[in-house]
Design a protein around this ligand. Structure first.
Ligand SMILES: Nc1nc2c(c(=O)[nH]1)N[C@H]1C(S)=C(S)[C@@H](COP(=O)(O)O)O[C@H]1N2
Ligand SMILES: [Mo]
Length: 228
């Protein structure tokens, strides 16, 4: 039996099933594919390791969740905590985040396993802005991103997290981030591989170290910068 990029066995029947769905997306293009995949998200979210990366779908989204399905969170119930080695900890609602200066750019999303999606419009608040407001203390060197899936974590160095292209994403494709893509709020870093972009973001913790997160503990590079 083949295994997917993240080592899980992949059943032939499942692959063929997804191939059928994927073919529609290839013909109709990314925007429609996004809508289609949104409808399929409850199925794909139960795929813990993203076996769809085996299927040659072209430049379309796969939806990853290491925890299976994640209970959706309404925008009005959403909270983002900024904590740790900072002068002032704070909690942001979705409306608080919307009220901060928004940064937007269009960029290609790269999963480290090889698939990518070109020309994705991203918009949200720079992590750098939230860090400035929190005022990291002396001795702060890392930033740990937490997810309300309860499991996924990512670290960046404080310097990496302050890069201009690291966003707390509120909007993708000029629409609110869908649940399947990690909404209400996810991280995106333009210069790093997709696994650095924590979905279902719940916390930004400033730390005294830069310790490995979920995938870094399982062999992905701690420094997720896209080379070349
Ligand atoms: N909470 C959480 N965030 C996550 C993941 C995950 O499994 N859980 N997968 C990562 C990986 S490996 C990739 S490539 C992207 C995929 O983003 P997408 O599901 O919106 O396509 O999310 C990243 N963030
Ligand atoms: Mo990935």
């Amino acid at each position: 039996m083949p295994t997917d990029a993240e080592g899980a066995p992949v059943g032939r029947r499942v692959v063929l099933g997804l191939l059928g769905l994927g073919a529609v997306g290839v013909v109709t293009g990314n925007r429609v594919q996004d809508g289609l995949s949104r409808a399929l998200a409850p199925i794909q979210l139960r795929d813990p390791t993203g076996l769809t990366s085996l299927v040659p779908l072209g430049s379309t989204w796969r939806y990853y969740s290491v925890t299976g399905s994640v209970p959706p969170r309404a925008r009005q119930d959403y909270r983002l905590a900024v904590t740790g080695l900072v002068g002032s900890e704070s909690t942001y609602s979705y409306a608080d985040l919307e009220a901060l200066p928004q940064t937007s750019f269009t960029d290609t999303f790269h999963c480290v396993t090889g698939w990518y999606v070109p020309d994705v419009p991203w918009a949200g608040v720079r992590v750098a802005d939230l860090l400035d407001r929190a005022a990291p203390s002396d001795g702060a060197v890392g930033v740990r991103f937490h997810s309300f899936d309860g499991t996924y974590t990512v670290n960046m160095t404080l310097e990496q997290a302050r890069a201009e292209d690291v966003l707390v994403v509120l909007r993708m494709y000029d629409e609110p981030v869908t649940h399947a893509h990690g909404g209400p709020v996810r991280i995106y870093s333009g210069s790093m591989y997709g696994y650095k972009g924590t979905k279902w973001l719940s916390g930004i913790e400033v730390t005294a170290d830069n310790r490995p997160g979920y995938w870094e503990d399982r062999g992905y590079p701690l420094d997720g910068i896209i080379d070349g």
